[in-house]
Design a protein around this ligand. Structure first.
Ligand SMILES: [Fe+2]
Ligand SMILES: [Fe+2]
Length: 449
C-alpha cells in the first residue's frame, strides 16, 4: 500500500495560463464555465513544464478531463501538443490570438481531440463562439453538463449528483453546519421548540445578535422593549420558526467572509436579501397579496433570503465578471439578470443560487423558486410569484445591489396574483421609507455585536 496523501482532486480541468492581463481575464472566463456548468475543479499551471508534470502526476487516475492552454504564442511542435492531452486522451483547447491560431492550424490537423479558439472570440462575451468550442469538445468526450437530463431524475438524485460532482469545487462554499441544521429543523413537522432553543444556545454569537434583532420595533412591537428577553421569550412571542430563520440569517451573514481581491458590497447584498424576506413575510401575514395557493413559511423565507446568493458567489470568486455585469447594467440601465444575458449568460446568479441550495439540501420548491425568481416561466408557483414580487418591491425601494436598478415585474406573475400595475405601486408606496429603515436596522443588528 502506498503512503501517499489522499488525492484532493476529483475531476478537474487543467488550465495552462501564461501570465498576463488578457490571459488572466480569459482564464477566469473559462473557470467560471468549467466550475459551474460542468462541476470541474481547476488546476492552474503557468508554464508548459509545470503542465507536463501535473499531467504525468495524474496520468493513471484519469482525473484531468480537459486542458485549456491560454497563451500569446502557438505551440511549436507535435510532441508538445500530444504531451498536453496525453495523445488525444482528453480534449485540449488552445486559446491563442487569431493570427497565431492560423499558424497553429497545420500542426493540429491530425489531432482528433485538439480544438482551437481565438482570444478575440473568447474575450467577446456577446459572441457565443468560445462556449460552442467548449460544448463541442466536451460533447465529443462525453463530459456532461451538471443539469443534463435532469427532467428524468428525482430531486434527491439531482441533489446527490450536485453534491458528488461539485464535491471539491472550491468556488461553491458549503453553508455553515448550524444554518443547515436549523433549515432542516424548521422543515420537520414535529420538531420541538426546545430543540431549536438548544441548538441556537450552542452558539453564543448567534444568541447575542438574535436578542439584538428581536428587540427592534419590527419584532418586539413599538410599545415594548425586548431588552430583557431570553431566547425562550423570543420563541414564545415570535414563534420558533421565525426565531429559527432569524438565527439562521445571523449565522449566514457572519460566516460568509468576502475574499480580499473582491469589492463585493456585502452590506447592500444582505439589505436586499433580508429586505426581500421581510417584505415577503409582510405580504403573506398582512394578506397584501392574493396567492393562488398557500405557501410554507420556511420555504418563502429561505427562498427570499437566499434567492440572490449566486450574486455573492460571483462577487466573491469572479469579481472581474461581476464588475463587468455591473458596468453593463449601468450602461444599459438594465437589471443584473438582463446584463448577465447580454454578456453571454455563463453561470448566471439564478443558476448559481440553485446550485448552492441543491447542495444545501433545500426542498424542491425552494430550489425552483430561487432558480426562477426572474425567469418565472409560463406557470409560476405561488412561491415563485411571492419571491418575484418581494424581490422587485425591494428593488423599487432602492434596495437592489445597485440603487438605480430598475424593477421588472413579470406579466404572468401579476396576472396570477390578480394584481394590476397600479396596485403594485400602491403596495410599494405603502411599504415606503419606514420599511427600508426597518430592514437596514435588522441587517445592522444581525451583522454587528
Ligand atoms: Fe436576482
Ligand atoms: Fe434579488
Amino acid at each position: 500500500m502506498s503512503n501517499q496523501k489522499p488525492d484532493p482532486f476529483q475531476e478537474c480541468a487543467l488550465i495552462v495560463q501564461q501570465p498576463g492581463k488578457v490571459q488572466d481575464a480569459l482564464a477566469k472566463f473559462f473557470m467560471l464555465m468549467l466550475n459551474y456548468r460542468y462541476g470541474l475543479d481547476i488546476m492552474v499551471a503557468h508554464t508548459s513544464v509545470e503542465a507536463f508534470s501535473i499531467i504525468q502526476r495524474y496520468k493513471e487516475s484519469d482525473k484531468i478531463r480537459c486542458a485549456i492552454v491560454i497563451q500569446s504564442r502557438r505551440i511549436q511542435n507535435r510532441s508538445a501538443l500530444s504531451a498536453l492531452n496525453q495523445d488525444d486522451h482528453f480534449p485540449l483547447i488552445l486559446v491563442l490570438p487569431a493570427q497565431q491560431l492560423e499558424e497553429q492550424r497545420d500542426l493540429t490537423q491530425r489531432f482528433e481531440n485538439v480544438f482551437l479558439c481565438s482570444w478575440e472570440m473568447a474575450a467577446n462575451r456577446r459572441d457565443p463562439a468560445a462556449q460552442l468550442v467548449v460544448e463541442a469538445a466536451f460533447a465529443r468526450n462525453k463530459i456532461d453538463e451538471l443539469f443534463d437530463g435532469i427532467d428524468h431524475i428525482s430531486h434527491q438524485e439531482l441533489q446527490a449528483r450536485i453534491k458528488h460532482r461539485l464535491g471539491n469545487v472550491k468556488v461553491l462554499p458549503t453553508l455553515p453546519e448550524i444554518a443547515l441544521r436549523i433549515m432542516a429543523m424548521i422543515e420537520e413537522p414535529d420538531a420541538q421548540a426546545g430543540a431549536l432553543e438548544e441548538l441556537i444556545s450552542s452558539d453564543p454569537a448567534i444568541v447575542h445578535r438574535l436578542l439584538q434583532v428581536v428587540s427592534t420595533p419590527l419584532f418586539a412591537g413599538s410599545g415594548q422593549r425586548a431588552g430583557g428577553w431570553t431566547v425562550q421569550d423570543a420563541i414564545l412571542r415570535l414563534g420558533w420558526k421565525k426565531v429559527g430563520v432569524i438565527a439562521q440569517q445571523i449565522k449566514l451573514m457572519n460566516s460568509l467572509v468576502r475574499p480580499q481581491n473582491s469589492a463585493f458590497d456585502l452590506r447592500r447584498f444582505w439589505e436586499h436579501s433580508v429586505g426581500c424576506a421581510l417584505i415577503a413575510d409582510r405580504l403573506v401575514n398582512e394578506n397584501l397579496v392574493m396567492l393562488p395557493a398557500a405557501v410554507n413559511f420556511n420555504d418563502y423565507w429561505i427562498s427570499a433570503l437566499l434567492h440572490d446568493i449566486g450574486k455573492l458567489l460571483l462577487g466573491f470568486f469572479f469579481w472581474g465578471h461581476f464588475e463587468e455585469v455591473l458596468k453593463q447594467m449601468t450602461a444599459d440601465h438594465s437589471t443584473f439578470r438582463e446584463a448577465e444575458k447580454e454578456l453571454g449568460d455563463i453561470g448566471s446568479h439564478e443558476y448559481l443560487s440553485q446550485l448552492l441550495l441543491l447542495r444545501s439540501n433545500a426542498t424542491k420548491e425552494v430550489v425552483e423558486a430561487v432558480g426562477k425568481h426572474h425567469t418565472t416561466g409560463p406557470a409560476p408557483s405561488s412561491l415563485i410569484c411571492l419571491v418575484h414580487l418581494a424581490n422587485n418591491l425591494c428593488v423599487e425601494l432602492g434596495l437592489g445591489y445597485w440603487p438605480e436598478e430598475p424593477a421588472r415585474y413579470s406579466e404572468t406573475v401579476l396576472k396570477n396574483l390578480r394584481m394590476p400595475p397600479e396596485e403594485v405601486h400602491r403596495l410599494r408606496d405603502m411599504l415606503g421609507k419606514p420599511t427600508v429603515l426597518q430592514i437596514k436596522e435588522v441587517v445592522s443588528r444581525c451583522a454587528h455585536a
